[in-house]
Each structure stands twice: as C-alpha cells, then as structure tokens.
Design a protein around this ligand. Sequence first.
Ligand SMILES: *Cc1c(COP(=O)(O)O)cnc(C)c1O
Length: 425
Amino acid sequence: MTTTLQDCRALDAQDPLRALRDQFTLPEGVIYLDGNSLGVLPNTAAARVAEAVTREWGQGLIRSWNSAGWFDAPQRLGNKIAQLVGAAPGEVVATDSTSVNLYKVLSAALSIAGEEAPGRKVLVSERSNFPTDLYIAQALCRERGLRLLLVEPEDIAEALTDEVAVLMLTHVNYRTGAMHDMAAVTAAAHRAGILAVWDLAHSAGAVPVELHSAQADFAVGCGYKYLNGGPGAPAFVWAHPRHASRFWQPLAGWWGHAAPFEFTPDYRPAPGITRFLCGTQPILSMTALECGLDTVLAAQPLGGMAALRAKSLALTDLFIELVEARCAGHGLGLATPRGHAQRGSQVCLTRSEGAYAIVQALIARGVIGDFRTGDGNQQLDILRFGFTPLYIGFEEVWLAVEHLKQVLETGEWQQTRFNQKQAVT
Ligand SMILES: *Cc1c(COP(=O)(O)O)cnc(C)c1O
C-alpha cells in the first residue's frame, strides 16, 4: 500500500524533531527541497547580524575584535562544527570558502606525501566529483608536476597503487547523492600508503560523519548548505592532529601566524589548525553562520546527527516510494542509491529530456529543487531534491510528489517559459 497524505500527516505528528522547524523562517507556500545548495534562514540570523552591524561594529568599532568575540570566531565556530563531524575541540576552523580550503589541505597533504614518499606522483579523484574540487586538484598538479587520475567510483579501489600520493573524494556526491564509506575507503588508501582528503560539502549537518574514527587525514566542508550559514557563508577545514602542525599551508597569511600582533617579518605558523587561517575574517558572514550552526546543534538533545539521519532516510525513502508509485510511466529514473549506507540526504531523479523545464515548472508551483546537467556521455540530466531533516516534513514530501505528478501529467513543463535557462540552475 502506498503511503497516503493522511499517513504523512501522522508521521509529522509523531516526529520528535518536528519542533526544530520552528527555528526557521520559510516563505509561505514554498516546499524547499534545495537545502543542499543553500540552507534556509534561521529566525535568529537577521537580528543577530543587525546587532553585529549596529552595536558591535557601529558602537564597539575596533574594540569588538576583543570584546565581541570577533577574533576567535573561526575557532569558536570550528568547535561547533567539530561536534557535527566527529572531530575534537580545537581541530576545526571556520574560514574562507570550500574551494580555498581544499587548496590548502590538498597542498598540505601533497607536501606530506612528497616528504614521505617522493616517488608517488599521482593524485586520484572521482570523475564525477564537484568541478571546483577537480579544478583545484588540476591547478595543484600543474604546480607540482603531478598527474590527476580521475576514475569512476567502482574503480577507486583498483586505482590505489604505489604511484598514488593522495586520494581526494567528496563524501556525498553532489549529482547523485551517492555516499562513500569513509572509514573503509580511508583504510584502503592507508593500506596502500595514500593520504585521504575528504570534502564534506554535502555531509556536514546532513549525515553522521566520524572523521576521527574513520582516521581521515584532512577534510573541508561548506557552511551555506546543510549548516544554514547563508549565501557564501565561510566554509571549514579540519586536519587530523597528527598532520595539523607538520606543514605550512600555502596561503600563509598573518591570521595563521603564531603571534599575529607581534608583527614580525618572519612567518611562524600557529600550532594546530589555526595555521589554516589566512587573512582577516568576514565577521558579518561568520555571525550569520553561527546562527546556522546553532540550528543544527539544537538537535543534539534530541539525538543529534543520528536522529537527523534516521529522519532524513525516512524522508528520502518516502520520496522514492511515492515517485515510483505515483509518477510511474513518465520516464523518470533514480540516480541515487537505494541502499541506506550508500545514500546521502538527497534524491536525484533522471530523465532523458525536459529535466530542466520540469524543475522550473515545479519551482513555479513553489516546490524548489534544482537541475544538474548530465555529462553528455551516458549520464542523463538530473532533477535534484535535497531533504533537510531539520525543517522538511513528511506531508511536504507527499505534496512535492503530487506537484511533480501534475507537472508530468499535464505536460505543463513544455511551456516555453520553463525552457529558458538562467545563469544559476
Ligand atoms: C558546494 C560544493 C563546493 C562549493 O565550493 P565553494 O568554494 O563554496 O564555491 C565545493 N565542493 C563540493 C563538493 C560542493 O558540493
């Protein structure tokens, strides 16, 4: 029996995490299935950022670096993020963008490998990794005379040879929602003498991550997706303590100096993760990010990431079930793995034509997901739906599928207005 709208309402009524939704300001009439691209606005953010502007900046001025907690914001926020990714206090800083942080950790990892195993000249990643990760890897390979080897997920194990210095992967794939077993892949890399660098952009705040127990080497992640930090929010960076103090990171700015206010001409890196800072931090953005982090930490007393994960899987299971039962015969496929252990917090549907227009027609109805292009080879275009368990409910899943069904049955998506591509898809 297919789950009914009444069933979904009952699931919402029994949901122990339901109250967490009240932390957010969601627009009326919108079903927001794009928290994997840009998380929603925490209720506290507008007033908190206004306070940072008018009181801390306006009145406190330069004094606020000390008195308003500006100077240690990267570490304070980092400690909050650490709780969500299985890291210890003092091991994470919030700073810069995911792309920039990836450059730093990849460079540090390659330096370690270069010292320990100078003969290894290959960096391995996944062909379908997020492009910025691949571009940063390409830039570093050019700089250092290395080769970037891109493989399909099923070929990673085989690619871990004694020529490889570093394996760089994104934990949850942005296009398919497929999730790697971080502990197993890291262990396989280590057995082959390879360092493992992980991008947690689609994991932090979405799925449980255990950086320590997985024995990962370095990690970066995104502040504006499941952490609800706001557009362009600072990202974060983690290095295992066995590596954090070993190398200069390449962007050796004064905020990563051991004593920035001694203004010495020589760089002396701060111990630990603080050396991964570069320059002055964007305090207003940090302020908004902290509001976002607090929305996720509010789940801690209710079971934390494990409880969020259970709800996320229930939501994505329900979406898959309803699409298959109610939208059958419309050419939709499933790109996301059915197995729980292999699935992040999103569901990606495929279609050979019209994927972009269908997403646009859904957005016009207030159901916001997004479109990701196929690679033109065998990959089909993707309709992507993110399910943030902090604020998405079961009834919304049912309604979203009902809208999808109507868009497909009426052929509404074929209208010209839904077929004109915009800059951001
Ligand atoms: C979203 C995302 C990014 C974003 O990088 P920015 O530097 O914030 O633009 C990077 N990597 C992955 C895997 C992502 O999903």
